[in-house]
Design a protein around this ligand. Structure first.
Ligand code: NDP
Ligand code: OXD
Length: 312
């Protein structure tokens, strides 16, 4: 039996789609009449503290989120495999966000928008894409998809990950030793890392100061579409105001929703979206997780299982 436990999401609609995809396999919601011991799979998003209570026959946890940082902090998380969401549609949506913001900053949107507001005709020619280096932190499923879609636009690309990557047309940097060399040639920094104890607060004054300066009019830019815990917002406020950064695109925040009192709202070269860079789509989500359940019932190995030791 599959149990859905989704917070702030249309659970009933997902349950109906799962029922259609998995029939005759039973699918239940929290309020339904069922024996918790019969649950083999639980599909979760922001599960409450008692989410796993009584699920003595549980075999697999299915995470609607691609990022599992919050789930791994759950106080009563059973020691069972966690399958996270990995999906072409999700990758495409994330890359749409990344490409939109990279190209916007590359074409100096902030500067020209300021000129327009001031009714100022001031010609300036942005550098060619090939003269602009986009550095992607996190070269996993989403980072590699973003690189693949940025490449035909002509940007110089580099990546930073835990282990080195061989991706054609992308210069690879890895580990602590590779971090500074990676930053020192980066004009637009894109964060697609998972949030772990090692990556917490990585978007800090220290990091911003190491980005390449002088190549990109207005200063280097950051784009964070991963997790709010990666960024030190006080450092971003300072860097955007004192010119260390030319601009920032932020989809995620230390506290979500971003409080009304945050100074980030009022900073002109800060581009805020409310954690919508890549929303998990019901149709492709149900297709993916229904296949996981079917394969597991048939004795096939699970895919995209979270490594709890690494934290992603
Ligand atoms: P993956 O697990 O596929 O990739 C993670 C990448 O980060 C890997 O390349 C990994 O290196 C690298 N990495 C991890 N730890 C370190 C470290 N300490 N130092 C350097 N590199 C490191 O994740 P996804 O690409 O699927 O997703 C990334 C994140 O995007 C998610 O965790 C989630 O937080 C966020 N996300 C945000 C969404 C939004 O709407 N804003 C939507 C979906 C996801 P290696 O390859 O060597 O292991
Ligand atoms: C995710 C997210 O991790 O939506 O999937 O942030």
């Amino acid at each position: 039996m599959l149990l859905l436990h989704l917070t702030n999401i249309d659970e009933a609609s997902w349950a109906q789609s799962f029922r259609e995809a998995l029939a005759p396999y039973p699918v239940v919601l929290r309020g339904d009449d069922f024996d918790p011991a019969d649950i083999r799979y639980i599909f979760v998003w922001k599960p409450q503290a008692d989410a796993f209570e009584g699920l003595t026959g549980l075999e697999v946890i299915l995470s609607l989120g691609a990022g599992v940082d919050a789930l791994l902090q759950h106080p009563n998380l059973p020691d069972l495999p966690i399958v996270r969401f990995v999906d072409e549609d999700l990758s495409q949506r994330m890359s749409d966000y990344v490409v939109a913001h990279v190209t916007m900053h590359h074409r100096q949107y902030t500067r020209f928008h300021q000129d327009q507001k001031a009714r100022r005709w001031s010609q300036y020619y942005p550098p060619a894409a090939s003269e602009t280096t986009v550095g992607i932190m996190g070269m996993g499923v989403l980072g590699q998809d973003a690189a693949r879609r940025l490449k035909p636009l002509g940007f110089s690309l580099r990546s930073w990950s835990r282990t080195p990557k061989a991706v054609e047309g992308v210069e690879s940097f890895a580990g602590d030793d590779g971090f500074e060399p990676f930053l020192s040639g980066t004009d637009i920094l894109v964060n697609l890392l998972p949030l772990t104890p090692d990556t917490k607060g990585i978007l800090s004054s220290d990091t911003f100061a190491k980005l390449r300066r002088g190549n990109f009019e207005g200063g280097p830019v950051i784009i964070n579409a991963a997790r709010g815990g990666h960024q030190r917002e006080a450092d971003i406020v300072s860097a955007l105001t004192d010119g260390t950064l030319g601009a920032a695109s932020l989809d995620v925040f230390e506290v979500e929703p971003l409080p009304q009192s945050s100074p980030l709202w009022g900073i002109e070269n800060c581009y805020i979206t409310p954690h919508i860079a890549a929303i998990s789509n019901e149709k492709s989500g149900v297709r993916y997780f229904a296949q996981i359940v079917r394969d597991h019932r048939a004795g096939k190995p699970l895919i995209n299982v979270v490594d709890r030791q690494r934290g992603y």
